[in-house]
Design a protein around this ligand. Structure first.
Ligand code: AMP
Length: 213
């Protein structure tokens, strides 16, 4: 099963993609996670991506398309994959179409997780993630039992450098200008659905599983 999860920053794509990956045993391909790893490792891609990521802008289509083209060719993607945070521009969606056609693959589901912009700012600016297991937390909605530590594995919680209010507002503006049009690229295909991302996380997950079957 090949799936695209769409939605604005903070809608819950990452959290839901992790849960889907676990339930359906297919990998989550998050371009954001891959780029952050590249920045941390100081690779060429990381050096080229860093400034755009810090400002909340987009990394070039060429870089992210290259990353995804390599990644979907890896063995663990043979049974399917979840695209989380890609495609983010119409050009990326077109490049993905070509890449899939060349491999005789298709997208089975495109799900847009919708959310309200103001709620997203407070959701994102309060969030933190376990550096060990990836579990997500929030300063008001989902506090860890011990400050700064993961309830599940005891790992240290970290906050993303681009989760400050100014950058978040820029990321949302970029989403509306460049990523929202990607929805039109998929809307008329039979595989397009939307899910209300303002609901409880478990409800969103249940609705996603209902669609995925
Ligand atoms: P995310 O973790 O999905 O919020 O992505 C974090 C940052 O990585 C974004 O604000 C962009 O700078 C960059 N990024 C991630 N995915 C893409 C993409 N598909 N196209 C361009 N830039 C991306």
């Amino acid at each position: 099963m090949n799936l695209i999860l769409m939605g604005p920053p903070g809608a819950g794509k990452g959290t839901q993609a992790r849960r889907i990956a676990e339930r359906y045993e297919i990998p989550q391909l998050s371009t954001g996670d891959m780029l952050r790893a590249a920045v941390k490792a100081g690779t060429d891609v990381g050096r080229q991506a860093k400034a755009a990521m810090e400002s909340g802008g987009l990394v070039t289509d060429e870089i992210v398309v290259g990353i995804i083209a390599d990644r979907i060719g890896e063995a663990d993607c043979a049974r399917g994959f979840i695209l989380d945070g890609f495609p983010r521009t119409v050009a990326q969606a077109e490049a993905l179409d070509a890449m899939l056609a060349a491999r005789r693959l298709k997208i089975d589901h495109v799900i847009d997780i919708t959310a309200d912009t103001e709620a997203l700012v407070s959701r994102i600016t309060g969030r933190s993630t376990c550096s060990q297991c990836g579990e997500g937390y929030h300063a008001t909605h989902k506090k860890p039992a011990a400050a700064g530590l993961c309830d599940k594995c005891g790992g240290t919680l970290t906050t993303r450098a681009d989760d400050n209010e100014e950058t978040v507002r820029n990321r949302l503006a970029v989403y509306h200008q460049q990523t929202a049009p990607v929805i039109d690229h998929y809307r008329n295909g039979g595989q397009f659905r939307t899910v209300d991302g303002m609901q409880q996380m478990d409800t969103v997950f249940a609705q996603l599983c209902e669609i995925l079957g």
